[in-house]
Each structure stands twice: as structure tokens, then as C-alpha cells.
Design a protein around this ligand. Structure first.
Ligand SMILES: CCCCCCCCCCCCCCCC(=O)SCCNC(=O)CCNC(=O)[C@H](O)C(C)(C)COP(=O)(O)OP(=O)(O)OC[C@H]1O[C@@H](n2cnc3c(N)ncnc32)[C@H](O)[C@@H]1OP(=O)(O)O
Length: 161
């Protein structure tokens, strides 16, 4: 179990300018999307890409829905987590209020995909986000939009009380 105090300390350090192309740090070690120590996780690795973020990701047999095809919930999980990396660039913690995914074609197990995400608008506490998933030929496989709402540290402490 990740200790919240040490997590908060590492989060403050994560809200800083990150160099283009450099791997961004995971949200925490056990994060379902990106935590390196979560055996059930997706181990997503994300880089800054201009004002947005980018990842190359391959779903494996732990994430299967129909045979050979990634489960739609797994795809949504990874997109949601990708959005979580934009928070390092925005500089504030926020949580998902709304997430939409347009599944345009099956996401295949064992096939590498490129994922990109960026902030399209910011209004007060609301962050409007968009993402895409393309295959090696540049074919658009999925698109997504999300609304994240910025929160204070107290939002995260409730899980440990
Ligand atoms: C520093 C510490 C770090 C600790 C670090 C811990 C680890 C961190 C790991 C991160 C990992 C990331 C990975 C992925 C991110 C998740 O997975 S987050 C988990 C899933 N999401 C949740 O659990 C959120 C659950 N929902 C909530 O807690 C509350 O609904 C919220 C989101 C905090 C908002 O509640 P609220 O603060 O009461 O705000 P509310 O007034 O309802 O809405 C705020 C504004 O948004 C607007 N709004 C609400 N819904 C919508 C919508 N669908 N469309 C447009 N506008 C909307 C409202 O109208 C309002 O607008 P204004 O009136 O301010 O203009």
C-alpha cells in the first residue's frame, strides 16, 4: 500500500517543468495505469510532447475482452491515466468528472499504439481534455474527451481515513 504522506511529497516534486521527450514519473508505484509495482497494471510510460503528452502502448492478455481484442474498459483506463499526466503540465491535482471514448475500431492485443492527449480548454476548476489512439499506419482507432476538475489535497486523504 502506497503511503499517502510520501505520495504527496513526490507529487509536489512532479509539478515542475518537464523536458520535451523525457519520461514523466508515474502517479505512484501502485497506480493501475502507470505504477511499475502494480502486477495487474498497464505500466503506461508517458513523455511530454509540446503542450501535451504522448505514449506508445501495447495491451496484453491481462486486458483482453473478446479474444484478441482489448477490453473497452481497459482502453478507457489507459486513456484516463494518460490524462492524469497532463496534470503535471497544468500544475494542479485534478480528478476525472467525465470521460467519453469513441471506439472507432478494435484495439488489438499485442499491437503497439500511439496515444496523445492535450488540454483543449480551461475554465476555472474545469480542464477540458482530448486524446487519440492511432496505429502504426496512423489510422485513428479511438478518440476521447474528458472533463477533469481540480481538487485540493483533502480529496485524496479520504481514501486513507
Ligand atoms: C497534491 C496531491 C496529489 C495526490 C495524488 C494522489 C494520486 C493521484 C493519482 C492520479 C491518477 C490519475 C488517473 C486518472 C484520474 C482518475 O482516475 S480520478 C478518479 C475518478 N474520479 C473521481 O473519483 C472523481 C469523483 N468526483 C468527485 O469527487 C467530484 O464530483 C469532483 C470531480 C471533485 C467535483 O465535485 P465538486 O468539487 O463538488 O465540484 P462541482 O461543483 O460538482 O463541479 C465543479 C465544476 O465542474 C463543472 N462540471 C461538473 N461536471 C461537469 C461535466 N461533466 N462537464 C462540464 N462541467 C462539469 C460544474 O458545473 C462546476 O462548474 P463551476 O460551477 O465551478 O463553473
Amino acid at each position: 500500500m502506497t503511503d499517502l504522506k510520501s505520495m504527496l511529497a513526490t507529487w509536489a516534486e512532479k509539478f515542475r517543468p518537464h523536458a520535451e521527450g523525457v519520461d514523466l514519473p508515474p502517479h505512484h508505484e501502485q497506480c493501475l495505469g502507470c505504477g511499475p509495482d502494480n502486477p495487474h497494471g498497464h505500466h503506461l510510460q508517458v513523455r511530454r510532447y509540446g503542450d501535451g503528452v504522448v505514449a506508445e502502448h501495447t495491451f496484453d492478455n491481462r486486458h483482453v475482452g473478446a479474444p484478441g481484442i482489448a477490453h473497452g474498459g481497459a482502453v478507457a483506463t489507459v486513456i484516463d491515466d494518460l490524462y492524469g499526466f497532463l496534470l503535471y503540465l497544468v500544475g494542479a491535482p485534478a480528478v476525472t468528472r467525465q470521460l467519453t471514448v469513441d471506439y472507432r475500431a478494435p484495439v488489438m492485443i499485442g499491437t503497439p499504439y500511439r496515444m496523445e492527449a492535450g488540454v483543449t480548454n480551461q475554465e476555472g476548476r474545469k480542464l477540458f481534455l482530448a486524446a487519440s489512439l492511432t496505429d502504426r499506419d496512423g489510422f485513428l482507432v479511438a478518440t476521447s474527451t474528458a472533463v477533469f476538475v481540480t481538487v485540493g489535497v483533502d480529496h485524496f486523504t479520504r481514501g486513507t481515513q
